[in-house]
Design a protein around this ligand. Structure first.
Ligand code: ADP
Ligand code: MG
Length: 670
């Protein structure tokens, strides 16, 4: 026996799902859960309408298959009847009916029956029901609609007209004609038929339900070409206007229910959203009070069922069915048909329905509001209700998130916003990374230069000491006025200059010692500025944001740093200007900056200013050691020094800012 109602008739092939939400959008029962970026059918919620199978472009939704079970029945040797749903003309337009019937027989079926005869009986039963005064009914031959009402509108179950479907009616006719041992296989356009009346104790009427697609597969497997099948006729009883059932309103016409719109007695709704709306409005009381009959189909007529392989559009399929019905009625032997109808007038076509409510933890207003906020929807204006997530409104989506059916990432505008932010953040961290990389390369280059400088300084230091010592000793021994004295004085002075250079190199290479003491920043800066001879038109201004700030550092060394910076700033303003020295405490650091409105440093020079002996000044004026020495000293204090400059008047005012950061509490470092 085919799967029961608790088993999923539709399953998801996870590896194929590309999470486009088309299935969520198309599912009238909201029976598809998106979790872990995968769509998954929830068996208890699924009404097996097959909409998701139809719309999934990736073939990621699969209906349960019945071919193996049908083959087993056929192989058993017992008689098996095939009952063809009246939508067959829309599926097999290429086949004359006798070929179609012959090809079905060729598979081993002993009887080939028209379900349309069952539809004739069902239509007559509906006509009788509607004649009962004051009765209000939901009339449907669609198992998906029945499933929907039983699960989602259990209070309306009693309104479902207690009439079996044409499939079951046909099965009951066949059982009466051929005995209870006859096996029956329904062949039709619908996968919901596989689950019709399959709960324990129910009588599903048929043993198995195949789709037209599966019928074609069986022909292929058995090597049967239906176009070549020996022609054959349907077994009696033959059908009448029941042939028109698979198009919308077909059932009303077959039942001869007058559809006078001014009376408002009949409401006909088909298609996945229309039937849901109609049921909801019936329950909420919005429907016209005069409405006595709600005729519902889940698809736009059974011709659009998901078990069809046809790719023809709706009205083409309808035309194929109506034309076939017309021909059928033209050929119909009315007397014979009436005879058959009266033979089965007493056939029991009754059935019952059961409320099988699907419970979902209802979301409160606060839950929904919280989830909406999480999805970046702060106000009603942010609720775009764009439907991209598969839910009609943002609130429905939020409620589905609450009950675990959906994920907030399904909100397209929200996800786009998040992606934009992520891209922005990546761009920022990319920039940071690039500048960190540059700084690293720069400090690596300086470090290797430091090693070289330290090596040279050490080697030169000793011989230089000897030169200095002897030149001073010689100077002491040479009488005033001696011809050699002038030369010796030059030797001693130049050796002194070398000593300073060597000491500067040792500073740069961080080879000198730091001797810490507590000083106020105000005194430190004043002393530094005093030591610099600035040209007349240059003014040095000092601004302390935190006056009296005490800091622990090597006073002489830092005085040298500030003096170097102020000197450079002054030298960069040959026509005069203002040098501003600013200090402040930030976190645990002293931040000292020296700003000038001078010529600025060109881009290509900017990365070289801390290299020893790099200078743009004329020989004799610049040594190219001021900044390297300052760099070394600041690093020995475990601080930082950096430079920002503009030398291009087209890009804005030119000038340079050198900023030094030093820890307030000194630590000796290398
Ligand atoms: P020197 O001053 O002996 O040239 P420095 O190491 O002090 O050596 O400076 C190196 C170079 O950096 C300078 O020659 C100059 O090109 C540039 N420089 C330093 N500070 C400034 C500044 N404030 N404005 C413009 N250029 C500067
Ligand atoms: Mg200098």
């Amino acid at each position: 026996m085919s799967p029961g109602w608790r088993t999923a008739l539709v399953t998801t092939l996870r590896e194929r799902c590309r999470v486009c939400f088309a299935c969520v959008r198309e599912c009238p029962a909201k029976a598809i859960r998106i979790s872990g970026r995968q769509a998954e059918v929830i068996p208890e919620r699924c009404i097996a309408c097959g909409n998701c199978v139809r719309v999934c472009s990736q073939g990621a939704k699969q209906a349960v298959r019945s071919i193996a079970q049908v083959e087993e029945l056929l192989a058993s040797g017992a008689p098996v009847a095939a009952c063809l749903a009246p939508s067959f003309p829309a599926e097999f337009p290429e086949l004359p009916v006798p070929r179609l019937v012959g090809a079905v027989r060729a598979l081993g079926f002993s009887l080939v029956q028209e379900v349309a005869f069952g539809a004739d009986l069902v239509a007559r039963r509906y006509r009788e029901l509607l004649a009962e005064p004051g009765r209000r009914s939901i009339a449907t031959t669609c198992p998906a609609v029945v499933s929907y009402v039983e699960r989602y509108h259990p209070r309306l179950v009693d309104l479902l007209a207690p009439v079996v479907s044409p499939m079951v009616a046909t099965a009951r006719v066949l059982k009466r004609l051929h005995g209870p041992d006859l096996h029956i296989v329904f062949v039709g356009p619908c996968i919901a038929k596989k689950g019709e009346d399959r709960w324990p104790g129910a009588d599903p009427g048929v043993n198995e339900a195949l789709t037209f697609g599966e019928l074609r597969e069986m022909w292929l497997e058995k090597g049967i070409d239906p176009a070549d099948a020996s022609p054959s006729e349907f077994d009696p009883p033959r059908a009448g206007s029941g042939a028109i059932f698979p198009v919308s309103r077909g059932m009303l016409q077959a039942a001869e229910v007058p559809e006078d719109l001014t009376l408002g007695e009949v409401v006909s709704a088909d298609g996945r959203s229309a039937f849901v709306d109609a049921v909801k409005e019936l329950e909420s009381g919005d429907l016209d009070g005069a409405t006595r009959l709600l005729e519902l189909l889940c698809c736009n007529g059974c011709v659009m069922g998901s078990g069809m392989t046809s790719t023809s559009p709706l009205y083409k399929r309808r035309a194929l069915v109506t034309r076939a019905a017309r021909e059928r009625l033209r050929e119909l032997d009315e007397g014979e048909w009436e005879g058959e109808m009266s033979t089965f007038a007493d056939l029991d076509l009754g059935r019952s329905f059961f409320a099988r409510p699907v419970t979902v933890a209802a979301a409160t207003g606060a839950d929904v509001a919280e989830i909406l906020t999480r999805m970046g929807k702060q106000s009603a204006a942010d609720e775009l209700n764009c439907g991209a997530c598969g839910y009609d409104t943002c609130r429905e989506h939020a409620a589905a998130v609450h009950s675990g059916l959906a994920e907030s990432e399904m909100c397209l505008p929200f996800t786009i916003d998040q992606l934009r932010n992520a891209v922005r953040e990546i761009a920022v961290s990319h920039d940071q990374l690039a500048s960190a990389q540059q700084a690293l390369m720069h400090s690596e280059r300086l470090a290797s230069m430091g090693q070289l400088a330290a090596g040279i300084a050490h080697e030169v230091n000793n011989p230089l000491g000897v030169v200095l010592l002897y030149s001073h000793l010689l100077l002491e021994g040479i009488p005033e006025g001696s011809a050699l004295r002038g030369d010796l004085e030059t030797v001693a002075a130049e050796a002194d200059r070398c000593k300073k250079i060597v000491s500067g190199l040792l500073d740069f290479a961080r080879q000198n010692k730091v001797s810490l003491s507590r000083v106020t920043v105000d005194d430190l800066v004043a002393q530094s500025v005093r030591g610099v001879v600035v040209p007349e038109r240059v003014v040095v201004e000092v601004e302390h944001e935190d006056p009296g700030l005490v800091v622990e550092l090597d006073r002489d060394q830092i005085v040298q740093v500030v003096a170097n910076l102020v000197r450079n700033a002054a030298e960069a303003m040959p026509r005069g200007g203002t040098v501003i020295v600013r200090t402040r405490a930030v976190g645990g650091s002293l931040v000292l900056s020296v700003t000038d409105g001078g010529t600025g440093i060109s881009k290509e020079n900017l990365s070289r200013v801390f290299e020893p002996f790099f200078t743009t000044k004329p020989i004799g004026k610049g040594t190219g050691l001021g900044l390297p020495v300052s760099y070394g000293i600041v690093k020995m204090h475990r601080g930082d020094i950096d430079v920002v400059s503009n030398a291009d008047p087209a890009a804005g005012p030119t000038g340079t800012v050198l900023t030094v950061r030093l820890p307030l509490r000194g630590t000796r470092g290398a």
